[in-house]
Design a protein around this ligand. Structure first.
Ligand SMILES: Cc1cc2nc3c(=O)[nH]c(=O)nc-3n(C[C@H](O)[C@H](O)[C@H](O)COP(=O)(O)OP(=O)(O)OC[C@H]3O[C@@H](n4cnc5c(N)ncnc54)[C@H](O)[C@@H]3O)c2cc1C
Length: 603
């Protein structure tokens, strides 16, 4: 029985999941037939009626089957059967990607049961740890702490699976660090022909570059090796500043005074909260409880946001009241400070269900971006120069302002490998601007469309690229293709080679990446209100199976005629070598060729 319910703190857990195991005799005949060709000692345990959803409960889907395998052979069996039956395979970590990226109506796979630590100090290298890919960032950090190590960088939360986090380019906020995936030195990925392939900066480098940020479209990452750093504490403080101070110190020491810095911009007040933290040997001193960290502040803010759904013009006043109660009504009157282990200090409370539209752009464009967006929010369209009217649009705060540096010129990337789909700037520091809109009681805010249209237009004009996991909506796949140029072409080439049928390609990928329309088993999606009290959408992918099935059956018919009924085999091929042993460069070549021959059988 699946037990993976979570939700943003202002929402009830999704209704009881109702997932249950399906008995083998209930399997459809084609599945029974295919299953009979495979090793019966390897379990195959699909669950049905599983309700999957994003953390913010913005999107829900009901996969046909939900799997939580606990061994690699189980996972290989799922991939083999999925390929033979023409199913889309989607892996999810914790469903914390705000968009519909992790949704499917077909086969959903989760690796919570594949999360063991496999090896410490790999090859004698202190802090180099090898583990199964379903492990969460927090779960890894807890184990590292016992050995005196920690992750060098984190985003706002640590519940995500590490494979999920790297697969969308998750980042924190520091010019001394890049994407979280920088700490990964090698990985193993299960590709569409059920082969597990090793890759790193030295081995299958192109596959590594693709797998470090693959949006789940390349295969299933099953194992990761990560370089941790010696455990350390962070001494941090946060306080309120006039926005002009932020802009005036932007190019001097705003981002460099301390190792970690993040800014929350309050657009109506023209102020910002600055959080800064640096390494210290001081002992832990936990922060005091804050106003909206407590039940009164949390509930008051939530209900005021709900009121603003009906009277949006109250939002500037709400910003003044809530942030005044939290940080003082004048800059300089309040400071919150603490010393915490890095694994706690870098996290923050993500208060309510929310939409997030976050873009990466050159750090140097930051002041212009903030001035123009601020002007637009204040109705000064001449200064904003954004071709969408702002009248009647009221936004939520804060707008998150963060940084990272993943440029190849920096030494903060031990493997030296930059993912093809890395959205950060490749020759300098990156600014991340994140337009957050809360969803009080699960209700969508009224101004989202125009606000995000204007915001995304400005981000594009300033050379930005969207954070892959987030709720960008006003950018076409052609525009995304142009933003990445030859890097995107390379990614798609490698993806197609590793997964020619498109098992791992879903509707989100077709909508946003230049993958061929000929691949994939799930096409366009239908969405309708979930009808559970909030505005969450039930996402239903439409199967493209009929056409694909004919092709598959033709190919399998040819196999059957040859009498090639293999207990452990696969589409007329021998099963790949035992799991986790096929680790050479040649194995990937072999696999790619093998898959290509299956592919050509089908076309
Ligand atoms: C409250 C909150 C705070 C957040 N804070 C930040 C932040 O500070 N910085 C930031 O950059 N992002 C942030 N995010 C976004 C989040 O880090 C990413 O969306 C991350 O990808 C979620 O990880 P997940 O384990 O939930 O993966 P999912 O959302 O379930 O999946 C994400 C993608 O990874 C793929 N995937 C998952 N597992 C595997 C695997 N084993 N092999 C191959 N592909 C796989 C999926 O198919 C999918 O394409 C935040 C999200 C939330 C909800």
């Amino acid at each position: 029985m699946a037990s993976r319910d979570w939700a943003a703190p202002n929402l009830p857990s999704a209704r009881p999941n109702g997932a249950e195991a399906l008995r083998p005799k209930e399997f459809e005949p084609r599945l029974q037939k295919e299953l009979s060709r495979l090793d019966p000692s390897v379990p195959f345990n699909p669950e049905v009626r599983y309700l999957h959803h994003t953390w913010a409960q913005t999107f829900f889907s009901r996969p046909e089957f939900f799997f939580q395998p606990s061994t690699i052979p189980e996972l290989q069996k799922i991939v083999t059967l999925g390929r033979r039956l023409g199913k889309r395979l989607c892996v999810t970590g914790f469903g914390h990607s705000p968009s519909d990226l992790s949704l499917t109506s077909q086969w959903l796979i989760n690796l919570d049961n594949l999360s063991r630590i496999l090896e410490w100090d790999v090859g004698g290298q202190p802090g180099l740890v090898r583990f199964e890919a379903g492990r969460s960032l927090g779960g890894l950090n807890a184990a590292l702490a016992e050995k005196g190590y920690t992750l060098p960088n984190l985003g706002s939360i640590d519940v995500q699976s590490i494979a999920g986090a790297i697969s969308t380019g998750t980042h924190g906020s520091s010019l001394k660090h890049g994407l979280l995936s920088n700490s990964i030195t090698s990985l193993k990925i299960l590709l569409s022909n059920s082969e597990v392939v090793d890759c790193s900066a030295e081995k299958n480098t192109q596959l590594f570059k693709a797998a470090l940020l693959s949006l789940g479209s390349l295969g299933i990452i099953v194992e990761l090796t990560l370089q941790a750093v010696p455990d350390f504490n962070i001494k941090w403080s946060q306080s309120l500043w006039p926005l002009e101070h932020i802009l005036n110190t932007w190019d001097s020491d705003l981002w460099t005074q301390q190792e970690y810095t993040r800014v929350w911009w309050l657009p109506y007040l023209s102020r910002a909260v600055v959080w800064r933290g640096g390494r210290t040997s001081a002992p832990v001193r936990q922060p005091k409880r804050t106003f909206y960290g407590g039940i009164v502040g949390f509930t008051l803010y939530h209900n005021l946001l709900y009121l603003a759904q009906y009277i949006p013009s109250t939002l500037p006043w709400i910003e003044w009241l809530i942030f005044g109660m939290q940080y003082g009504f004048k800059p300089g009157t309040y400071e919150l400070a603490a010393v915490q282990p890095a694994r706690e200090a870098l996290l923050m409370d993500c208060l309510y269900s929310q939409f997030v539209d976050e873009w990466a752009l050159p750090l140097s464009r930051g002041p212009e971006a903030i001035r123009r967006l601020g002007a637009w929010i204040h109705g000064d369209e001449a200064t904003a120069r954004i071709p969408f009217p702002s009248s009647g649009v009221w936004v939520h705060c804060p707008i998150e302002v963060r940084v990272s540096d993943n440029s190849t010129a920096k030494t903060n990337n031990p493997s030296g490998v930059r993912p093809y789909l890395d959205p950060t700037v490749d020759n300098g520091p990156t600014l991340y601007l994140n337009a957050t809109l809360y969803r009080p009681y699960g209700r969508d805010p009224p101004c989202r469309d125009r606000y995000y249209q204007a915001f995304e237009w400005l981000m594009r004009e300033l050379g930005g690229r969207p954070h892959w996991a987030k709720n960008f909506t006003h950018v076409s796949r052609t525009e995304i293709e142009a933003m990445y140029g030859s890097d995107m072409a390379e990614f798609v080439r490698i993806r197609d080679e590793a997964d020619p049928q498109g098992l791992f390609v879903g509707e989100w990928h077709h909508r946003n990446l230049p993958v061929s329309n000929a691949v994939g088993f799930e096409a366009e999606a239908a969405v309708r209100k979930m009808g559970s009290g909030g505005d969450g959408l039930l996402w239903t992918g439409r199967s493209r199976r009929r056409q694909q099935t004919i092709q598959l059956e033709t190919a399998m018919g040819a196999v059957d005629k040859k009498g090639d009924r293999d207990d452990s085999g696969d589409d007329g091929q021998r099963l790949p070598s035992p799991p986790l042993t096929s680790t050479s460069e040649e194995s990937f070549d072999y696999m790619a060729k093998g898959e290509a021959s299956v592919y050509s059988d089908l076309h």
